[in-house]
Structures are given as C-alpha cells and as structure tokens.
Ligand binder design. Structure first.
Ligand SMILES: Nc1ncnc2c1ncn2[C@@H]1O[C@H](COP(=O)(O)OP(=O)(O)OP(=O)(O)O)[C@@H](O)[C@H]1O
Ligand SMILES: [Mg+2]
Length: 519
C-alpha cells in the first residue's frame, strides 16, 4: 500500500503504463520482425496444446475423400449410420434412384447419433460445410463442399475403436450393401455395334426369381454347388497365395428345360453378383471381345449360353475350317458366310474372333485384372465342345442338369401347388418319372395348368403317360460326362443307357441341330 505521501500521481501512473505498453509493442514488433511467421505459428500451437483444458475425449475426423479417392470408412459410416437412426434424430435425407431397391436414408447436417460398442460410447456427428473458392481469373467463384463425420469417444477406448469398431463398421456396411444391392443384368448393345459407336454393355435390373430353394436339383448336387460357391468367395487370400486369378468356371450341360439358365440366376441371387450375358454371335473381333470383357465389373458372372451353337469359332487347331462353305445356317454361321462372300468368297474369309482369343483372354488378362469372377458356359451338347474348353483347369466344375427326378418333382409340386406332405397321386407320378424323360420345365408347365392340386397332378400324370407311350428320345449324355470334375451325372442316366442303346439327336430346338464341330 502507498502512503499518502508515496501515492504516485495520476500523471506518473499514466507515463509508467505508456512506457510498458510501448515496451510490449516494441518486443512484439521485434518478435514479428525477427521470428518468421511459421515458427511463430508453431510455437503458438505448441503453447496452446500444452495449456488447453483436457476433456478426455478423442475425436476422429472421417472425411469423404482422401485426396482424389473415396474414403471407405466414410462410405461405410454413411451406410451403417442409416440403420442407427434414433427417435432423437431430427433431420434426415432420403432418396431413391430408379436402380435402387430401397429408400436410402442419410444424416442431415449436424445430426448426431450415439452408438455403443464393447462398452464404449461412440458419438457420431455429420458435418457438411460449403466454402466459396475464388481462383484468380475466374469470372464466378466456385463452391467447394466438405463432408465429414466426427467420431468422438473417451480416449481410453482408442484401441477398441481403431482395432475393432472400424473393421466392424466396414464389414457391417458391406453386408448391408450386399443385402440392398440391386443385381444388374448386362447384355450387349447391338444397335450401335459396328456403326462407329462401338460395342458396349447395357444393363437392366436382374429380377429373375430363381433361387437354390426353387431349383429342382438333386440335393447332393445342389449342396456341392453351394459349398463350392461358398468356398470360392471366401478364398481371396488362398487364390493370392497360390498365384491364381480369383475366378471360377462352371460348365452347365443338359437337355433344354432342365434349369441351366435358372441355375445361373440362382447363383447370381445367392452371391449377389451381376450377370454379363455375352452373346458371341454379336461379336466380330477378338479386340471387341477384349474390350467388353475388360469393362465387366468385379463380383460378377460372365455367362455364355449355348456355347456349342452360339457362334462358329475357328478352333485353335483347325484354322482351315474357316474356309469351308458347307456351314450350317446358324445365326453366326450365316453372318460369317455373308462376310466370306462379301470378301471374295472361299479362301478369303478370315473372321477375327477365335476360340483361342476367347479362352486365352478368359484364362489370362481378363481374369487377372478383376476379383471374384465367375464364368459359366451352358450347352445342351457337351460332346460337341472343343476339347480345349473341356481340358482340366479350364472349367473348374462340370455340372450335369438332368431330367426331372422324383425329388425334383416333389420340390416343384411344393413350390407350384403348395403341397407340403404326400398326395394320393405321388406314388404313380414318381414311378412314371423314374422311367420317363421329362424335364423340370415340362413338369412345371403341367403344374401351372390349374391352381387345384388334384387337377394339375392329373394333367401331369397324363403327360407322363403320353411321353412313356411315345418313348421320348435319349441323348448321349453319359459319353459326354467323362471328366473328373463332372458332378451330377445321375444314376438315372446310367439306368437309361442300359435300357436304351439308341441315341437320338436332340431335336426339341432346331438351333441345336448341328453337324459341324464347333467350339
Ligand atoms: N431344375 C429346375 N428347377 C425349377 N424350375 C425349372 C428347372 N428347370 C427348368 N425349370 C423351369 O423351366 C423354365 C426353363 O428353364 P431354363 O431356362 O432354366 O432351362 P435351360 O436348361 O436353361 O434350357 P435351355 O437349354 O433351353 O436354355 C424355367 O423358367 C423354370 O421355370
Ligand atoms: Mg437356358
């Protein structure tokens, strides 16, 4: 305390204050002049870091983009959080595009969600900010958007969040996406094929209802196929380790109407894979084929239906076959013949789409530049295929789709007529099916004739009796089913072969009649 005598006058106080302020300003000017800006900035941030109050909370910032690529954690959070909407959430964004099956729900700006994981409380907040960017020379400023999630939790849970919660988030989001995924069916756009626009895929939603549950197949065979698919999709690391492309090939063979295409759809629905339906007859050159195959997506099935008659490809051994003019009039051979004639006739014809082009590409570049690829060939005549296609390692599994069996019939009857137990006509139908060649498609056709189970089953009995009387033809399937990776060639077939040694050509579809050896 100052005594009255010592009490400084107001003027002296003012001059002391003025000189202190001047010194502070002098020091500040000196610091500003002497210490460069980045160093000052750094010193300040260190100072702030040590002296700011600690909350015990840690916040992870999950931005939408990581430089130019998407941030997978952000995408996963977006999907995952849409399932965690609580009654306290006030604003949500919803939308639905034509390709989507369900309504998409997303958080709105500043909305918060609380999640719990292994005892940790996790607070999510969605941040969306917009800023104007003014580039020199730009007439109009552009807007840049920044979207991110903030994930806040107690710092003691840092390991749980980074080691367990984030992987859980990624996996859960993948499962949700798979569940909601709308499958696409890609076919070739032929309208602009050779008009300069180039050949390309067009897609529509795949809404084929076939599943393994609705498919009439022997249970053992069905299980073998399902297990094979399960093994395939979870063996990413295995394929990498053994140095093989992550792809699997299936050859489906059997008479028309036994469910080959239905099996393709069932596989797609089971795995949630898109289908690329490659109609070889629309492709002229290996280069087009390569382009098309390279533009197929991962997790997809490439299907080439009726490979035995979809196109006359020159095989790898007999290029001279190209010069023959006695080709049957298939869609593709007609086209090739036209081309031969327009290019001067016999000897000058040189189609640029070859079997080796197809096989090399499927085995080589195509399969190695994507993941989880399945390729399926279907045929009614396995015995007509080029051995290059059948050699071990090319198609991993040969699946024989056979005529309807008693088990298959019961499954169809349950699906089509809702019969769960037995029926008085079952005994007769089963013994007729054992000794008659009837396809599941034919059985299904009869079962659809009436909603009344009794009437429909009588129709089926009549059909079976008629077929038995006609003694419908048998195709030489046993001869074709000789490779080790063949599954599904039933005992029924062997039985038929014993009783019927005459092999009639399959003739239910004119297009399947062919004399020339094709692919
Ligand atoms: N195994 C089956 N299980 C259930 N339904 C089947 C089966 N096979 C055929 N169908 C029925 O018959 C219809 C035709 O079958 P699908 O097209 O799958 O035969 P496919 O073997 O591909 O014939 P194609 O050789 O003529 O192409 C299907 O839509 C389905 O309703
Ligand atoms: Mg088919």
């Amino acid at each position: 305390m100052f005594s009255a005598k010592e009490m400084p006058s107001a003027s002296s106080l003012f001059s002391t204050y003025a000189s202190m302020t001047a010194s502070v300003m002098l020091v500040r000017t000196m610091i500003n002049d002497l210490v460069p800006h980045p160093v000052r900035f750094y010193a300040l941030s260190v100072f702030r870091h040590f002296f700011k109050p600690r909350t015990g909370q840690l916040t992870l910032v999950i931005e939408e983009n990581n430089s130019i690529t998407r941030n997978q954690i952000y995408d996963a959070a977006e999907v995952y959080l849409s399932t965690k909407v609580s009654p306290n959430t006030e604003r949500l964004r919803i939308c639905k595009t034509p390709k989507e099956k369900n309504v998409t729900i997303r958080l709105e700006k500043d909305e918060k969600i609380i999640d719990c994981f292994q005892g940790a409380e996790l607070k999510w907040r969605f941040v969306h900010s917009e800023a104007e960017k003014n580039h020199p020379g730009d007439m109009y400023p552009s807007r840049s958007e920044r979207r991110l999630f903030e994930l806040t939790f107690h710092r003691k849970h840092k390991d749980i969040v980074l080691d367990s919660y984030v992987p859980f988030l990624l996996e859960t989001a993948k499962a949700i996406r798979d569940e909601q995924r709308v499958l696409r069916m890609f076919t070739l756009n032929t309208s602009q094929c050779y008009g300069g626009g180039g050949i390309r895929w067009d897609s529509i939603n795949l809404e084929h209802p076939s599943t393994f549950e609705t498919l009439a197949m022997e249970p053992d065979l069905k299980n073998i196929v399902i297990e094979d698919l399960n093994r395939f999709v979870k063996r990413k690391e295995f394929y990498k380790r053994v140095g093989r492309a992550w792809k699997r090939g299936y050859l489906l063979y059997g008479p028309p109407g036994t469910g080959k295409s239905s099996l393709v759809a069932a596989v797609a629905n089971y795995l949630k894979f898109d289908i690329y339906d490659l109609q070889l007859a629309n492709i002229m050159r290996d280069s087009d084929l390569r382009k098309l195959l390279l533009s197929t997506g991962n997790r997809s099935i490439l299907v080439i239906e009726d490979i035995d008659c979809s196109v006359d490809l020159p095989d790898r051994r007999s290029g001279d076959e190209l010069q023959r003019t006695d080709l049957p009039q298939s869609k593709a051979s007609g086209r090739n013949k036209d081309k031969a004639e327009s290019s001067g006739g016999k000897g000058q014809f040189n189609p640029q789409l070859t079997l080796s082009g197809l096989l090399n590409f499927i085995d080589g570049l195509w399969s190695s530049c994507g993941d989880e690829r399945i390729i399926i060939f279907t045929t009614n005549h396995k015995e007509r295929l080029d051995p290059a296609l059948l050699r071990p390692g090319r198609m991993d599994m040969h699946i024989h789709m056979s005529y309807c069996t008693p088990h298959g019939f019961k499954l169809l009857a349950s699906n089509y007529l809702g019969i769960s137990g037995e029926h008085s006509l079952y005994g007769e139908i089963e013994s007729l099916i054992e000794t008659t060649e009837v396809t599941p498609a034919q059985v299904a056709g009869e079962l659809m004739k009436s909603e009344d189970a009794d009437v429909a089953l009588v129709e089926l009995v009549n059909l079976l009796k008629r077929k038995k009387l006609e003694g419908d033809g048998v195709v030489d399937e046993a001869a074709a089913a000789t490779t080790t990776n063949d599954v599904g060639t039933t005992r029924k077939l062997a039985k038929r072969q014993k009783t019927n040694n005459t092999t009639k050509p399959q003739n239910s579809k004119g297009r399947r009649r062919t004399t020339r050896k094709r692919l």
